[in-house]
Design a protein around this ligand. Structure first.
Ligand SMILES: NC(=O)C1=CN([C@@H]2O[C@H](COP(=O)(O)OP(=O)(O)OC[C@H]3O[C@@H](n4cnc5c(N)ncnc54)[C@H](OP(=O)(O)O)[C@@H]3O)[C@@H](O)[C@H]2O)[C@@H](O)CC1
Ligand SMILES: Nc1ncnc2c1ncn2[C@@H]1O[C@H](COP(=O)(O)OP(=O)(O)O)[C@@H](O)[C@H]1O
Ligand SMILES: [K+]
Length: 484
């Protein structure tokens, strides 16, 4: 798993390391890594490094210092380097001196545009982990110009104007081609993928000082390691039987999608209970389908909610399922039922895992307010309140456990924004719960496979929930192949 640390934790670790490292050493390590990445981008985009033109946008702090030192390193490789100083009096003195010694020039913001117009790469050293709010006007104008001339932008540590701890954007900001960060990933890198572009991590020796991460991102190897596949001793029951209570006679689609997703996810058995039994059976002959949850047979986990309605019948189905003493993934209408009358959770056996999968609207129903800008904090608060794993849907899906663990799923595009895609996700979560995975890991892995299936189904054009179901095996195949 990749670890992600908040800026407060990064700062603490940096302070400890700075105290035992020669003056300026950490910044030079960071800047050398940055210069290497800028040179690589120049080579990729222009087929050369020497003779190319780089413009540094330099703010008042150490982020600007990184840019200036990197400029000095790039000069040694024959790059023409111009630093636009946003606060000339506060520009990092040692960095500025190093750049000048190496033959780089510094100019005022008024002269910035003429250099940006000819830049092969622009380096955003405006602000780093001490950033608050969006870009101030002088910086915003220069960034806008860089966008207009379509110069690739390399962000130093993080794209300026984007909140380092939440990835939130509420005004002018940098959209980078590549972000070069130092020491460790920060929340912005997982939560604002569009603004960060490709993220490169430069090791500056910080990791041993960091301790446990604040957030995690699953790597493909984690998913491959956790995903159940049949072994020599397995049979259809041993891999976990998942029950699906979804859909209705009028709206069988949710039932077909959630059940199909569970069929594709693992080799375990799938039972269906509800008014769409005939349609489900016709589409998925391997499913044992029945009309009611009361005669569904034994399962190791339940999925309940998509399309069951929010009336008395839906509520009865949910109560019955919560009383079965097996893990439950409560989705869609089940979330709304819980939000309206949380007493329904009294039927839940204490200690039985529950996964809730709200989108922003359902979250608001559950919590009385929307998720806000800090999505990991929002998911953690709901996880605590409901003593459940909460998978907060959105462009970046966040999964939080009641014990505080949280993972972020960085999306592969926005292809999942299509009707019924949530039903597919819930089927994936359910089959992993039935296989006995830790519920936080189950939800985190399901979110990643879901978005990978989305990207494979889409192949760069809009896709559908049915195509997502069909792409699950390809997603799993890719994950297993990549991890061998
Ligand atoms: N410490 C280390 O060991 C290492 C640190 N490293 C590097 O240092 C970076 C952190 O540097 P830092 O703490 O000096 O602050 P930084 O982010 O440059 O901000 C400076 C000032 O900008 C201003 N400002 C704030 N918001 C703004 C906005 N929206 N728009 C415009 N300006 C804004 C505000 O000052 P103000 O103008 O308000 O006086 C703020 O104080 C880190 O990200 C990494 O790159 C690496 O070298 C590795 C080793
Ligand atoms: N813009 C987006 N980018 C990435 N993923 C998205 C986006 N919009 C929605 N999703 C994902 O698509 C799924 C939609 O689920 P949901 O809102 O329950 O829809 P439905 O009820 O139609 O199935 C969630 O997994 C969500 O995270
Ligand atoms: K920056």
């Amino acid at each position: 798993m990749q670890g992600i640390w908040t800026t407060e934790r990064i700062r603490e670790a940096e302070d400890g390391l700075l105290a035992v490292t020669p003056d300026g050493e950490l910044m030079r390590r960071a800047a050398f890594g940055l210069a290497t990445q800028v040179a690589a981008l120049l080579a990729e985009r222009t087929a050369a490094v020497s003779g190319r033109r780089v413009v540094l946008l330099v703010g008042s702090g150490n982020n600007g210092g990184d840019a200036l030192w990197a400029g000095a390193f790039l000069r040694r490789r024959g790059v023409s380097v111009t630093a636009v100083l946003l606060s000339p009096d506060k520009a990092h003195p040692a960095g500025l001196a190093a750049l000048r010694r190496a033959g780089g020039r510094s100019v005022s913001t008024a002269d910035g545009p003429q250099w940006i117009a000819k830049a092969d790469v622009v380096v955003d050293g405006i602000v780093g982990i001490s950033a608050r709010g969006s870009l101030r006007p002088a910086a915003a104008q220069l960034v806008e110009q860089a966008e207009q001339v379509e110069a690739p932008v390399v962000a130093v540590d993080l794209p300026s104007g984007v909140d380092p701890d939440t990835g939130a954007v509420d005004g002018p900001h940098v959209t980078a081609t590549r972000t070069v960060t130092f020491g460790a990933l920060k929340p912005v890198h997982a939560l604002a993928p569009q603004e960060c572009g490709e993220v490169a991590l430069v090791d500056i020796g910080l990791r041993p000082s960091l301790g446990e991460p604040d957030l995690y991102r699953l790597e493909l190897a984690d998913i491959a390691g956790a995903w159940p596949v049949p072994g020599p001793e397995d049979d259809k029951y041993s891999q976990g039987v998942v029950g699906i209570a979804a859909g209705s006679a009028a709206y069988p689609g949710a039932a077909v999608l959630a059940s199909g997703s569970a069929v594709r996810a693992t080799a375990g058995m799938v039972r269906y209970a509800g008014h769409a039994a005939d349609v489900v059976r016709a589409r998925w002959p391997e499913i044992v389908a029945t009309g009611s949850v009361t005669d569904a047979g034994r399962v190791q986990a339940w999925v309940v909610g998509p399309g069951i309605g929010t009336g008395t019948e839906g509520r009865d189905v949910l109560s019955h399922i919560l009383g079965q003493g097996v893990p439950v993934c409560a989705d869609a209408d089940a979330t709304t039922i819980i939000a309206r009358s949380s007493e329904v959770l009294d039927a839940r056996d204490p200690g039985t895992p529950l996964v809730l999968t709200p989108h922003a609207g359902e979250y608001e129903r559950l919590m009385g307010h929307g998720p806000g800008a800090d999505r990991p904090a929002a998911a953690r608060a709901a996880a605590k309140k409901y003593d459940a794993v909460v998978l907060l849907k959105g462009h970046c899906t966040v999964v939080a456990a009641p014990d505080g663990r949280a993972s972020v799923n960085t999306p592969r595009g926005s292809w999942l924004a299509t009707a019924g895609s949530g039903d597919v996700l819930t089927g994936l979560v359910g089959s992993l719960l039935a296989a006995g995975l830790d519920p936080w890991l189950a939800a985190s892995a399901a979110a990643q496979v879901h978005s990978l299936a989305g990207a494979l189904a889409a192949e760069d054009v809009p896709t559908s929930a049915s195509a997502l179901v069909d792409a699950i095996p390809a997603a799993l195949r890719l994950i297993r192949a990549t991890s061998h």
